[in-house]
Design a protein around this ligand. Sequence first.
Ligand code: NAD
Length: 296
Amino acid sequence: MSRIAFIGLGNMGGPMAQNLLKAGFELAVFDLVPAAVQSLVDSGAASAASAEQCVQNAEVVISMLPASRHVEGLYLGSEGLLAKIAPGTLVIECSTIAPESARKVAAAAEQAAIRMIDAPVSGGTGGAVAGTLTFIVGGKADDLAAAMPYLEKMGKNIFHAGDSGAGQVAKICNNMLLGILMAGTSEALALGAANGLDPKVLSDIIAKSSGRNWATELYNPWPGVMPDVPASKNYAGGFGVDLMLKDLGLAAEAALHAGASTPLGELARNLYSLHSAGGSGGLDFSSIVKLYERKK
Ligand code: NAD
C-alpha cells in the first residue's frame, strides 16, 4: 500500500483522511491544529511535526486547506513542499482555490517533475464522512488515472473537467449556484414561516415540488427540520460562511476575468458578506437564514 501524506485535517480533510485509513492506506498527517492531528493519530495515522516531515517518503501527497494563499504558501518558494517532495510523487490538491493559483502551483510542480492535479470536492461534510464526495479534477488524464485508487476511497463521482485549473473553474460555478440556492431556500422558508406555515411542513412540500434543491433535500437551513445538519447543531461544523464568501469572491473574479455577468452570484456574495460582517463568519453557511429572522 502506498504511503500517503495528508495535510489539512479540518471539517473536510479530517473525515477524508479517516476514509483512507479505513481503506488500509498508511498515512502520515499534519495540521496546524494539534487536536485535528490527534483524532487521526487515534485512528492509526502517524503524526508529523511539520508539513516537510509529513511528506518524507510519501508516494502521494493530499492537501485540503482553506484558500489560495494557504496552498501557495504550502507548496511554493524555496521552503515550499515542491522543493522537498521527490520527483515522480503524485500531489492531489483538493482545496477550493482560484484557478490561476491552481495553474501556478501545477506549473511549478511540473518544473520539479512532480505530478499534480487539482481535485476540489463537492458533497459537504456529510459526503466527506460517508466517502461519497464528488471530485472535480483538472490536470492530465494519466495523473487522474494514478489518483483514482485514492479518490475512489473518498468519493463516488469523479469528473475530469479539463487541464490544470479546470477543476477549480467547475467547482466555483457549482458553489456560486449553491450560495444562491441556500439564500433562496432560506428566503422561501422565512416567507412561509412569516405567513404562519410550519417550516418543516413547507420543507417537505418543497422537497417534492419544483423548488427542490440540495438544501431542501440534504441540508435544510431551518433549525430542527433535519437531524444531523449544522442548522440543528447551532450551525457548528459544516461549510463556513467565510469559506462560501471566498468561493463567491472567486466566482466574481472569474466573471471579471472572462467578461461574464453574474448578477445573482454578486447578490449572494453581498448577502454572505453582510452576514459575515455581523459576526457569523465562522458559522455554517446555512446560517444565512438568520438574515431573515424576524425579531419579536
Ligand atoms: P477547515 O477550515 O475546517 O479546515 C482547514 C484546515 O486546514 C484547518 O484544520 C487548518 O488548521 C488547516 N491548515 C491551514 N493552513 C495549513 C497549513 N499551512 N498546514 C497545515 N494545515 C493547515 O476547512 P474545510 O471546511 O475543511 O474546507 C477545506 C477546503 O475545502 C476549503 O477550500 C473549502 O472551500 C473546501 N470545501 C469545503 C466543504 C465543506 O462543506 N466544509 C465542501 C467542499 C469544499
